[in-house]
Design a protein around this ligand. Sequence first.
Ligand SMILES: [Zn+2]
Length: 185
Amino acid sequence: MNSVFLTGHGGNEVVQVGEQPLPTPGPGEVLVRMRASTLNQVDLYMRNSGAGITHQLPQIMGLDGAGEVESTEGDPAFTTGQRVLVHPGIAWGRCEFCLRGQDVLCTRYSLLGEHRHGTWAQWVALPARNVFPTPPHLDDLQAAALGVNHLTAWRMVVSQARLQPWERARWSPRVMRTSWTAPVP
Ligand SMILES: [Zn+2]
């Protein structure tokens, strides 16, 4: 399959466009034909050094993406051709953090485009629980931007601070903390 992959670390000379083997879905995984993917700061980090990230070369780049389901063996709830977006953060599901619902703290957390092949390819195989139906009002490009880009903000505001729909958050860089306003009437 056609893909964009890293052959080393450095400048753009290590970014290659070419053939890589078609991924084979493992147990519980689905095969997604990619229609759109995004550029993340992490992609640049992986190109520049990838230091501290356990990975192999060549490494297919790309974290986020959207496309359609091609193989549904990993989860018959999906249908062939169904439009989906992918969440690139793959938790192990068995460590103490996973069991508490804190997937992002998983001791074996891995990410597409970092620890395993990413979305800058014609096909990606990943766990079915990381694949979500694309909302019908979004096209593939818009859906591709939903994967991990919002995750840090969501965890800060919703998971940790538990901001309610009637509350507002105000960023105050001078004190480096978030202050809360009175509920919106
Ligand atoms: Zn875990």
